[in-house]
Design a protein around this ligand. Structure first.
Ligand code: UDP
Length: 235
């Protein structure tokens, strides 16, 4: 395996599968099975999960809701998704721990870095819920932050497209995919990989990002074993 410890970022929307809202159990099971193959190969896996399938603070704010209030709802949504993923992983026989950035002790452990690392060393999947615990941030920022804190080798952004393209491949047929690209080129070309805060944090800490198609069975293991099937963003 090319990577020993990974941080997998999954968006909340990805959990919707074919649905318009919420969680698709079929999709959840598929993701759990993907993670299982990687755990079985001895790789340590941490997951940061989004909440966009349930609530986004910005959407609330655009309807007149206080932004901070909305962001709190968004953070709770990520905990709900974390619980769902935890349950799906446990159904596959995988040991897991959910750690939350906001205290919700009856439901999840609080985020404690050393404890998270210990869980990983014991082969448990650690799911980080609650984002960064602060409003005005995204779960992409949480993913980069946690990846740096636990010394992950790479951040794997599982999406429904298979990498970074010259332009949006769902809108432009002529778009071509990059196999590798530098942080600088992503910025210079105005490409969108993560929000700027998250992306800059990754760049400053020299943490590579791989964008890949999470919805194709077997892809997660391929990426972890070093196959270049997505796009790798590096220094
Ligand atoms: N959120 C937040 N702080 C964080 C992470 C998330 O306030 O550190 C809130 C924010 O409202 C966001 C929502 O949680 O819209 C869901 O997260 P995100 O939009 O990143 O989820 P994804 O797009 O990955 O599904």
């Amino acid at each position: 395996m090319q990577y020993k410890r990974i941080l997998l970022k999954l968006s909340g929307e990805a959990l919707m599968g074919e649905k318009q809202y919420g969680i698709d159990p079929k999709r959840l099971k598929e993701y759990a099975e993907e993670i299982q193959t990687v755990i079985e190969s001895g790789v340590e896996v941490a997951v940061v999960i989004g909440g966009g399938n349930i609530f986004r603070g910005l959407a609330g704010a655009s309807n007149g809701m206080d932004r901070v209030q909305g962001d709190h709802m968004g953070m709770l949504a990520t905990v709900i998704n974390g619980l769902a993923l935890q349950s799906a992983l446990e159904d596959e026989g995988i040991e897991t721990r959910l750690q939350s950035a906001i205290k919700i002790n009856e439901v999840a452990e609080p985020f404690i870095r050393r404890r998270a690392i210990r869980h990983l060393e014991k082969g448990r999947v650690v799911i980080f819920g609650g984002g960064t615990g602060n409003p005005y941030f995204t779960t992409d920022s949480a993913a980069v932050l946690r990846a740096i804190e636990i010394n992950a080798d790479v951040i794997l952004k599982g999406t429904r497209v298979d990498g970074i393209y010259t332009s949006d491949p769902e809108k432009n047929k002529d778009a071509t995919k990059f196999d590798n690209i530098t942080f600088k080129d992503v910025l210079n070309k105005g490409l969108k990989v993560m929000d700027t805060t998250a992306f800059t944090l990754s760049q400053e800490n020299e943490l590579p990002i791989i964008v890949f198609d999470m919805n194709k069975p077997g892809n997660l293991l391929k990426v972890v074993s070093g196959e270049n099937i997505g796009t790798k963003v590096n220094l």
